[in-house]
Design a protein around this ligand. Structure first.
Ligand code: 8YV
Length: 327
């Protein structure tokens, strides 16, 4: 007789998804909006076949070393898996899946919103109005810069990057990109995208940088102080991926000194000193990690996670298996 597969969900999820999970599987749900402690995660893993995880769970080498033999699948709710030590997972025979694709369009909407918000001074405008500094239209008040005709350099032309490129094209920007691999020539043609093998060379040419690659050991501080200095002083940076990809202390410093025109950040450095400094700069637009925060995307992410779990349990290859790039 089969023992049913046991699934532990580490965080509160949209109610519809929790109902679907409970309907399909033997599942322990969470009623907490905050991450589980590392100890509680290990304890849960020892008693589960599947962990339905999400950003904030610390699934590092120590976790996998202590998780025991029962755990077989970590099904992540979200695209980014930088909170999971993929090599350790593989070493312990644990499969990892994520939920790409489904959130790409919503994430790209927020990237595009930031591409517009920074040069058009949207947040400055709102704040000026709210604080009573607006006393009527004037020909010279609150002038920004248009994005039309500017060059956008996308780092990582995956699903989100391509969705950003399509939007940018419609707004009259030209698309440049750098990525590990050159994309399919048909897609490149369709996006009228120029490929730069050298990130440094691309940075020296573009007006706006959009970070759309995953955070991996190889992309940590990819936009280092040295690389940020390659940008011209009217350029600005947008990030809807992970804060670790940018040296944000250097970024804040350069914006403060007028060496860069600003930044639009959906994700920011956990260090309060750095993020407070960024937050105080008028030409920095910061959001609290909202790029996939729509009812639609979160439900689709849940469904996608569910499909991965179901396929895995039924003995099939789950569609979104994450394979570490450097093995
Ligand atoms: C989510 C994200 O906010 O998918 C990702 O990698 O950063 C966002 O979609 C988060 O990961 C989990 O809900």
């Amino acid at each position: 007789t089969d023992t049913p597969c046991k699934i532990t969900v580490t965080r509160r999820l949209p109610a519809e998804i929790e109902l679907r999970l409970a309907d399909l599987f033997d599942v322990t749900l969470s009623d907490d909006d905050r991450p589980m402690s590392p100890e509680a995660l290990v304890e849960a893993a020892r008693d589960s076949d599947v962990i339905a995880s999400t950003l904030g769970d610390r699934l590092d080498a120590e976790f996998f070393a202590n998780a025991g033999d029962r755990l077989k699948l970590v099904a992540n709710f979200g695209a980014g898996v930088d909170h999971i030590d993929l090599k350790a997972a593989i070493a312990h025979g644990v499969t990892v899946t994520n939920t790409p694709s489904v959130l790409a369009e919503d994430a790209a909407d927020i990237a595009m919103a930031l591409i517009l918000a920074v040069p058009r001074r949207l947040v400055e405008g709102v704040k000026a109005l709210e604080s009573g500094k607006f006393d009527g239209w004037s020909p010279t008040w609150m002038l920004g810069h248009s994005v039309r005709g500017k060059k956008l350099g996308i780092i990582g032309l995956g699903r989100v990057g391509q969705a950003v490129a399509r939007r940018a094209k419609a707004f009259g920007l030209s698309v440049h990109y750098h990525s590990r691999n050159r994309i399919n020539p048909h897609v490149e043609n369709e996006l009228e995208a120029t490929y730069w093998e050298s990130l440094d060379q691309m940075l020296a040419r573009v007006d706006i940088v959009s970070v759309n690659c995953p955070h991996t050991p190889a992309t940590y501080h990819l936009l280092s102080a040295r690389r940020l200095k390659l940008l011209h002083p009217d350029a600005f940076v947008v990030n809807v991926s992970r804060s670790e990809i940018i040296d944000e202390a250097a970024l804040a410093d350069m914006i403060e000194k007028g060496q860069l025109a600003g930044a639009g950040l959906d994700v920011t450095n956990p260090s309060p000193t750095v993020s407070r400094k960024l937050m105080r700069l008028p030409n920095v637009v910061m959001l609290p990690h909202m790029a996939s925060a729509t009812r639609e995307s979160r439900l689709d992410m849940g469904e996608r996670m569910l499909i991965n779990i179901k396929m895995f349990i039924d003995g099939h290859k789950p569609p979104d298996r994450v394979i570490p790039e450097f093995l």
